[in-house]
Each structure stands twice: as structure tokens, then as C-alpha cells.
Ligand binder design. Structure first.
Ligand SMILES: Cc1cc2nc3c(=O)[nH]c(=O)nc-3n(C[C@H](O)[C@H](O)[C@H](O)COP(=O)(O)O)c2cc1C
Length: 344
């Protein structure tokens, strides 16, 4: 199950229904659940209403319940650790006076609109991720996924159009990846060896769907190996359509490239079983039809990547995986926006 923000956690505490919501997908046949984005324990981490965190005893108790019910239903669960960076605006809760944190003050290329992080801020956040990873292990999670995708904080460091720092966190690809690699290293150090620590990355940014970390094939291999050498146990590569090759139409997709470059377990994602990509959801065109899984079987059959993450299809139908496994694809409930608005 792909990580999906649900905005049902007032005060950062997962809703009473959260254990049922997640365990329904576990009993529905999902092997590994990535939680919705969970804000790291930092005053500027949040950017959207009613997202969960790991800070209060009440939040921790609910996460413990989520984990134990998911495990009881035979699935594993990783917590997605999230900091929105410059997507946060002044005035947003819970601390309206706290600005968005960014590498160089920019959220999009051009104007400085947010706070530029100091070296101390960077180190403080690296330690925050490491402490939160440890908390996740204590709560029973099987691993964490560091959210390094979609134009949020870590991706803001990756993206040279808005990371214009002249210190060791800006400039070369190695420098732009340093914040992420330090987070991975520190999170590995703070947790036990059996606890999984991986990262989700994307070429696309919500600020610019055509933007990329790099367009250079060799550099992309170098990028994935920087993450591997920092201790990533897996690489989750976010595409809007999993069947699209990164450099040529029929070539490997981003997860395929990550796997080939590093040998690490890789996860792909994007429009599995639905006929529109998820950006359309936010552009008003949200009604989908179920699509066949032929291309997915082909790519999995060729071992292009190891796991496929499923997003919207699982919001609409918690039994999606069982239905696919048992040849009941015709019974799958199609996705539309109502499945985001409701907590089923
Ligand atoms: C309602 C919703 C919330 C999402 N929230 C997150 C999130 O918290 N973290 C994240 O990395 N991606 C998030 N995504 C992206 C999904 O993880 C996934 O990559 C995307 O929906 C494509 O998969 P799909 O086509 O199977 O839905 C979200 C997507 C949706 C539809």
C-alpha cells in the first residue's frame, strides 16, 4: 500500500478508526503497508491539516494499536517520515509563527519566500529523523520510509533549481544528496539491524512535474548509489504511471533503474489498476475505471522492480489485493474522490 495522507488525525493523533483502516488493507491481502506521511517531530514539519505525528503519548498509543492490528492480520508496516519543507506557509498550525524551512529560501525557482536553513538546523533535523526512526522501532513498526519525494524538504535539497547553497549541502549531486544520506545514516545508527530504513524519491516535483533530480543516466546511477552507501535498505521510486520508461518509452522505469544500479530491493508505483494518474484527482477529474494488470505482470515477470505500491485502488477497495490474487478483478470497486473524503 502506497503512503497516502488522510487528514483524519486532529492534534497529530491518529483517529480511532486508523487501526481498522490499516488492518482492513492487511486482511485484504496487502503484504507491506506504508503509512500516510507522518510529520517528524520538528516545529516546521507540517503543511496540511490534521496529519498525524509521533509526539504525544496519545499519538504513540494509536500507532501502537495500528501496528499490532496490522501484524495480527499478517502484513508488515513501515512509517513514512515526512517534513514538508517550504510547502509550509507562515500562519499554518500548529505554530503559525514558524515559517517553511528550505535549503535556500525558495520553494519554486526564483523568489525567496521561506526560511533558509542554517547548518545547525540541518544537523538538528538529521537527529530528529534518527530519533523518530527509533521511536517507530519502539512502537513496533517494521521499518521507516524517509519521504524524499514530490518536492518536499529532502527533495528541495536534491533539486538544483531551488537548492543554491554554496556549502557542503548544495552544488554537486553528492552535496545535494548529503542531507538525505546523513538522515539515512543516522536513522540506521539509531535503530537495530533488522529494522528497515529506506527512502522514497521521485524525479517529478509538485512544483513542476517536468523537473528532475538529474537527466543524466550516469548521474542517476550515482545518485541511487549514494543512497545505498548511506545505508538505504530499499528504494521506493515514485512515478505517476509505472509503465513509463525513464529515458525511453519502453526502457526501465525509475524503480528499474534504481534496482539495476544498486541491487537493492526497489518499489515502483503509479496508476496501478486505474485509468488516470493521481494528479487528475486534484484537477477535478477524479472518476476512474478499473484497468487490467497486463503491463504490471510483464514488468514484475521481468524482475524490473521487486514490489509494486498501490494507492488509490486500495482506498476504494481494501480487498483489492485478494481480488487480484483470486482472479476476481471484475469485482474490484473503482476509485473516485469520495474514497479520499471518507475514511473506509
Ligand atoms: C489521497 C492521496 C494522498 C497521498 N499522500 C501521500 C503521502 O503522504 N506521501 C507520499 O509519499 N505520497 C502520497 N501520495 C502519493 C501516493 O503514494 C502514490 O504515489 C500515488 O497516489 C500514485 O499511486 P496510485 O496511482 O496507485 O494512486 C498520495 C496520493 C493520494 C491519492
Amino acid at each position: 500500500m502506497a503512503p497516502m495522507t488522510r487528514n483524519f488525525s486532529p492534534g497529530g493523533v491518529p483517529n480511532e478508526y486508523a487501526p481498522t483502516y490499516y488492518s482492513k488493507r492487511a486482511s485484504g491481502g496487502v503484504g507491506l503497508i506504508m503509512t500516510e506521511g507522518v510529520e517528524v517531530s520538528h516545529p516546521a514539519a507540517s503543511g496540511y491539516p490534521d496529519c498525524p505525528n509521533l509526539e504525544s503519548d496519545a499519538a504513540k498509543k494509536m500507532w501502537e494499536k495500528v501496528v499490532s492490528e496490522v501484524h495480527a492480520n499478517g502484513s508488515s508496516i513501515f512509517c513514512q517520515l515526512w517534513h514538508v519543507g517550504g510547502i509550509r506557509k507562515l500562519g499554518m498550525p500548529p505554530l503559525p509563527e514558524v515559517p517553511g524551512f528550505t535549503p535556500s529560501g525558495c520553494v519554486k525557482p526564483g523568489k525567496k519566500v521561506a526560511y533558509e536553513m542554517t547548518l545547525d538546523d540541518i544537523q538538528e533535523l538529521v537527529q530528529t529523523y534518527a530519533r523518530d526512526a527509533k521511536i517507530c522501532e519502539e512502537l513496533g513498526f517494521d521499518g521507516v520510509e524517509i519521504h524524499g519525494a514530490h518536492g518536499y524538504l529532502i527533495d528541495q535539497f536534491f533539486w538544483d533549481a531551488i537548492n543554491t547553497r554554496s556549502d557542503e549541502y548544495g552544488g554537486s549531486l553528492e552535496n545535494r544528496a548529503r542531507f538525505a544520506t546523513e538522515i539515512l545514516q543516522a536513522s540506521q545508527q539509531s535503530t537495530s539491524s533488522g529494522f528497515q530504513v529506506g527512502i522514497r524519491v521521485s524525479q517529478w516535483k509538485q512544483q513542476d512535474y517536468e523537473a528532475k533530480i538529474t537527466e543524466d543516466k550516469k548521474e542517476l546511477d550515482v545518485f541511487f548509489n549514494l543512497l545505498k552507501n548511506a545505508g538505504a535498505d530499499f528504494l521506493h521510486c515514485s512515478n505517476r504511471r509505472f509503465w513509463e520508461g525513464e529515458f525511453t518509452e519502453d526502457g526501465l522505469n525509475l524503480a528499474g533503474i534504481a534496482k539495476k544500479a544498486t541491487g537493492l530491493p526497489s518499489i515502483s508505483v503509479g496508476s496501478v489498476g486505474v485509468d488516470k494518474d493521481f494528479i487528475k484527482l486534484y484537477a477535478g477529474d477524479h472518476q476512474t475505471q478499473t484497468t487490467d494488470l497486463g503491463k504490471l505482470h510483464d514488468k514484475l515477470g521481468q524482475n524490473e522492480f521487486d514490489l509494486i505500491a498501490v494507492g488509490r485502488a486500495l482506498l476504494a477497495d481494501p480487498e483489492w489485493a485478494n481480488k487480484v490474487q483470486n482472479g476476481k478483478e471484475r469485482e474490484i470497486i473503482p476509485f473516485d474522490k469520495s474514497f479520499v473524503e471518507n475514511y473506509l
